[in-house]
Write a protein that binds this ligand. Structure first.
Ligand SMILES: Nc1ncnc2c1ncn2[C@@H]1O[C@H](COP(=O)(O)OP(=O)(O)OP(=O)(O)O)[C@@H](O)[C@H]1O
Ligand SMILES: [Mg+2]
Length: 284
């Protein structure tokens, strides 16, 4: 999987996107990420806040898994724990077989806001993790250009963030999240600041990028259709303090298209999730 993103192979991979079989069940792939019985308690001036409790999950190489749940149930906290930015109060996380107990170079993160540096052009923004990790910047320039091609922005390499639309900026954020060839891409509501039409387009774009790179992806969203459209599996969290209460497999064939949005199977899954959500709200 990692080799696909090597500069030379990437452009070939992106010209003809033939995804081949995509593992759609956890059993089909070796766990890349293993989280066991995670709980996080924040200490605040108003006393402890349990952000999430007893969360366990497995993510295989090439899995696309979404996490949905009510506001405040601990989704962003989960992302912080998986990236090594936050130590869980209880439980353990292993990535690629090693314990996650500090910020990891093998994780890429895409945030809710693109958080691009306004004084750096697009190419240099994509290269930010390479600099931060002390990697060889000139050696990664070609790869950065390949990734910009993958996200459809190769013509904007020397532009500045304020010259791009919100969706374009978020695509730069995705390229930046992938530049150091992480084994896991964490995305925390990356499209929530975008309008509905741009969001639909970005879902299709993200699926294309994911199918070309086959990165293991954990995607946080409040949008049920977005989760169903993109995922192999959807993990549903209960309200604060959150825990995973349900796992739903999405077996819709890929690549999913605008026609998928009208398919009965797609809408049945969305309805199932909506019903589950209304129960969660009712009981919390
Ligand atoms: N740094 C912090 N210090 C104290 N409490 C925090 C901190 N970060 C989050 N919390 C609390 O932990 C809980 C979970 O927060 P988190 O941001 O993980 O939720 P979320 O599911 O991402 O919510 P949203 O969908 O609104 O983004 C909330 O009750 C929040 O108040
Ligand atoms: Mg959040």
């Amino acid at each position: 999987m990692a080799a696909i993103l090597d500069g030379e192979n990437l452009s070939a991979a992106t010209q003809s996107i033939d995804p081949g079989p995509v593992p759609s069940s956890p059993a089909a792939s070796t766990p890349l990420l293993e989280a066991d019985a995670l709980s996080v308690v924040y200490k605040t001036s108003n006393g402890p806040i349990t952000a999430m409790q007893d969360v366990s999950l497995r993510l295989g190489s090439s899995d696309f898994v979404s996490v949905v749940g009510p506001s405040g149930c601990g989704k962003s906290t989960l992302i912080k724990v998986f990236s090594g930015l936050l130590k869980p109060t209880k439980g353990s996380v292993r990535l690629g077989g090693t314990s996650v107990d500090q910020p990891r170079g093998d994780v890429g993160i895409v945030f809710q806001q693109p958080t691009l540096l306004p004084w750096k052009n697009v190419l240099d923004n994509v290269l930010v993790p390479v600099r931060a990790l002390g990697m060889d910047v000139p050696a990664y320039k070609k790869k950065a250009m390949d990734l910009l091609r993958l996200v459809g922005l190769e013509k904007y390499a020397s532009h500045y963030p304020n010259e791009l639309s919100g969706g374009m900026q978020q695509r730069v954020g995705i390229a930046r999240g992938l530049i150091h060839d992480p084994s896991l891409l964490l995305m925390d509501e990356p499209f929530s600041a975008l309008d509905t039409m741009t969001r639909d387009h970005m879902s299709i774009e993200l699926q294309r990028i994911w199918m070309a790179t086959r990165k293991s992806a954990l995607f946080i969203t409040h949008s049920i259709p977005e989760a169903v459209f993109l995922s192999d599996r959807i993990l549903v969290m209960s309200a604060h303090p959150g825990t995973i209460v349900r796992e739903i497999s999405v077996n819709l064939p890929r690549p999913r298209t605008v026609e998928t949005l009208a398919a009965p199977e797609f809408n049945e899954l969305c309805a199932e999730l909506r019903a589950l959500f209304s129960q969660l709200v009712q009981f919390n």
